[in-house]
Design a protein around this ligand. Structure first.
Ligand SMILES: Nc1ncnc2c1ncn2[C@@H]1O[C@H](COP(=O)(O)OP(=O)(O)OP(=O)(O)O)[C@@H](O)[C@H]1O
Ligand SMILES: [Mg+2]
Length: 304
């Protein structure tokens, strides 16, 4: 288990003189689930494309399953399942045909692919859609097919860019369960996500990127403890500026995001006392989570 599945050292990528991935280094151990988090444009998809050998880095070194990438990317790709951020299914083909074509592309015999298809249709809950054309599927069904397709070659490593974006809550929970099973079977996963719950549930370790740089890295619960470490009171309604002034003496830290105030307080009761009788407000007290870490680390005005 000592061999790492993915190794990046000092990786940089520029597009038109703009550095979009800057000195990024991380290691994903075999059997681990590693998350890439960060705001839109942070460089997550660019990193996943470089790991797949689809975009050459301008500097640094990438090794995937023991092979240098992009030099040996073709070979590595045979053992990787890929879920791109945007589906690239063949819309003119049926669900079954998409799986067949993909399996054949990996050098599987027709018989092998046909044996692999039923469990994949079940994985994606697409049993009743096997002979429907992709063009006739809903957005979430297409996403589920893309996930199933990524597993056709029984890959050792899964590279998934926002795997559950666009899925309904049932489908998302189902996919989480299935991904856990794959991890239990020793597969390695690297995923990007904007769902903090997904990262918290699935990832052994993750990094937070901003502007192409890693700004935090660690186990989800360790990051939550280090970065937040106290209960959170969410407050909606009312005027954030006025409320902020009222409660700030009793809070460790306050974050305003849109119309919600996130109040981090060792003793939230003191804050609640200040707001007693305010029927215009809605309060929600909860333990800290990864979303709080994200807001803290990447907090900024949205115009950027
Ligand atoms: N092919 C390209 N040509 C030019 N610029 C690009 C290209 N691909 C990405 N970029 C730029 O690189 C930066 C990082 O993009 P990337 O797609 O990696 O972000 P991301 O973290 O995946 O964001 P999102 O959460 O929105 O998917 C952005 O500023 C983007 O505009
Ligand atoms: Mg992306």
């Amino acid at each position: 288990m000592s061999m790492s599945a993915i190794d990046l050292t000092g990786v940089r990528k520029k597009y038109h003189d703009k550095v979009v991935v800057d000195e990024v280094s991380f290691t994903v151990a075999a059997g681990e689930c590693f998350g890439l988090l960060g705001p839109n444009g942070a460089g997550k998809s660019t990193i996943t494309r470089m790991v797949l050998g689809m975009a050459p880095p301008d500097a640094g070194k990438i090794t995937v399953l023991g092979m240098p990438v992009p030099a040996r990317a073709r070979l590595a790709r045979g053992r990787i399942g890929v879920v791109p951020q945007f589906d690239n299914l063949d819309h003119a083909f049926t669900v079954r045909e998409n799986l067949l074509v993909f399996g054949r592309y990996f050098g599987m015999s027709t018989r092998e692919v046909e044996a692999a298809i039923p469990p994949l249709l079940e994985f994606a809950r697409l049993e009743s859609k096997a002979d429907s054309r992709v063009a006739a599927l809903s957005g979430g069904m297409k996403r589920r097919l893309t996930l199933a397709r990524a597993l056709i070659n029984d890959p050792q490593l899964l590279v998934m860019d926002e795997p559950t974006t666009g899925l309904d809550p049932h489908a998302r929970h189902l996919i989480w369960e299935r991904l856990r099973l794959l991890l239990a079977r020793g597969k390695t996963i690297i995923l990007t996500t904007h769902f903090m719950e997904e990262a918290e549930r699935l990832c052994d370790r993750l990094c937070v990127l901003d502007g192409g740089r890693i700004i935090a890295e660690g186990r989800p619960h360790a990051l939550i403890e280090e970065q937040i470490g106290c209960p959170v009171l969410e407050i909606y309604g009312g005027n954030p500026r006025e409320l902020r002034a009222l409660i700030s003496p009793y809070a460790e830290r306050i974050e305003v995001s849109g119309e919600t105030i996130f109040c981090y307080a060792a003793d939230p009761e003191q804050v609640r006392v200040q707001l007693r009788g305010r029927t215009d407000l809605r309060l929600l007290q909860r333990p800290p989570n990864l979303e709080d870490v994200f807001l803290r680390l990447t907090g900024r005005d949205m115009e950027k």
